[in-house]
Write a protein that binds this ligand. Structure first.
Ligand code: BJW
Length: 266
């Protein structure tokens, strides 16, 4: 990334400066600079090392609950050390500069909230919450892990029913996304003026359709990613680079534009 991005960053900041509703749609890439691996990066992605069928489906959990549990415990420990990076902070900063910003994230790491974003829709749940696999008291049946005597190796039983296992409150393949979250996300996508898509390969549905929905609703789409991908054909502006570097530059350009617009006319 270098000075060649100056012009598209300026264009992106101009579009964003006029947005009454900006929607940020983020994926694993925004957290990479916090030390959290993505899923599909060729060498370092989680799915390059681990089998999603075994670890991120209901069938996989039924087959081997302890394996899935210990994998999520390992990831939860890793996340406990992680902190938001300049990309997350830049997104949070946008709220102070614009009338309305909503973040739709596929990430389960909670880092947008930690960085200070106040309106975050977690489409794929959160690794910080747990629930009963059988949803014995309705969908979802939350379980407070802190009240349990649990190990990192074996999946504990639900304290409510005593039979179902406890699982992370995340969305696995083949599962429905939380109904309220997905409905709100698609409404916002249809209504926004600008959608800023950051760090997603755009391979997983229904989240991958959000930029399409935004485009169909008349929004301009700006993508930030080191690599072009499935979303790029829908992007009006493609800012190629890591989000921890690109997003602070977008915010700086936006500040300059908004600062200028607040000056009295000569
Ligand atoms: C950087 C960077 C830097 C790197 N800065 N960027 C239609 C057709 C075919 C299949 C389906 C379909 N509709 C639904 C499906 C099934 C399925 C699906 O989409 N499958 C596809 C893989 C084909 N979808 C589902 O099952 C969903 N449920 C659903 O649709 O319910 C209805 C239904 C049910 C049954 C049948 C049909 C319909 C649920 C999806 C749940 C996804 N769950 C996971 C795991 C969450 C828990 C956990 O973390 O363990 O969610 S999978 C994983 O992928 C995770 C992510 O949120 C998700 C998306 O990944 P993301 O964020 O895009 O990451 P990557 O790694 O793919 O990309 C990273 C990007 O960052 C790259 O572009 C890099 O270049 C970039 N990058 N460095 C910025 N520094």
């Amino acid at each position: 990334m270098g000075t060649s991005l100056e012009q598209p960053i300026e264009q992106a900041a101009r579009l964003i400066s006029q947005a009454k509703l900006l929607v940020v749609s983020s994926g694993a890439g925004i957290s990479k600079e916090s030390g959290i691996p993505t899923f599909r990066d060729a060498l370092t992605g989680l799915w390059a090392k681990y089998n999603p069928e075994e670890l991120a489906t209901r069938r996989g959990f039924r087959r081997n609950p302890d394996l899935v549990w210990s994998w999520y415990m390992m990831r939860r420990d890793m996340l406990a050390e992680a902190r938001p990076n300049p990309g997350h902070y830049a997104v949070a900063e946008l709220e102070r500069l614009l009338p309305r910003v909503v973040v739709l994230t596929q990430n389960i790491d909670g880092l947008h909230i930690q960085a200070g974003s106040s309106d975050v829709v977690e489409l794929h749940g959160s690794i910080r919450r747990f629930k009963c696999f059988d949803n014995c008291r309705g969908d979802p049946t939350p379980v407070d892990l802190e009240t349990l005597d649990y190990s990192r190796e074996t999946a504990p039983r639900c304290p409510h029913c005593g039979t179902g296992y406890v699982r992370p409150d995340v969305v696995w393949f083949g599962e429905m996304l939380p109904a309220g979250a997905v409905e709100r996300a698609f409404n916002l996508a249809a209504l926004c003026d600008v959608m800023l898509v950051v760090g997603t390969s755009g391979t997983v549905q229904p989240a991958a359709s959000l930029p399409v929905e935004a485009k169909q609703g008349g929004a301009r789409v700006i993508e930030v990613n080191p690599e072009p991908g499935m979303i790029t054909p829908y992007a009006d502006i493609f800012l190629q680079g890591p989000s921890g570097e690109v997003l602070p530059r977008v915010v700086a350009a936006l500040r300059a534009i908004l600062g200028g617009s607040m000056l009295p006319d000569p």
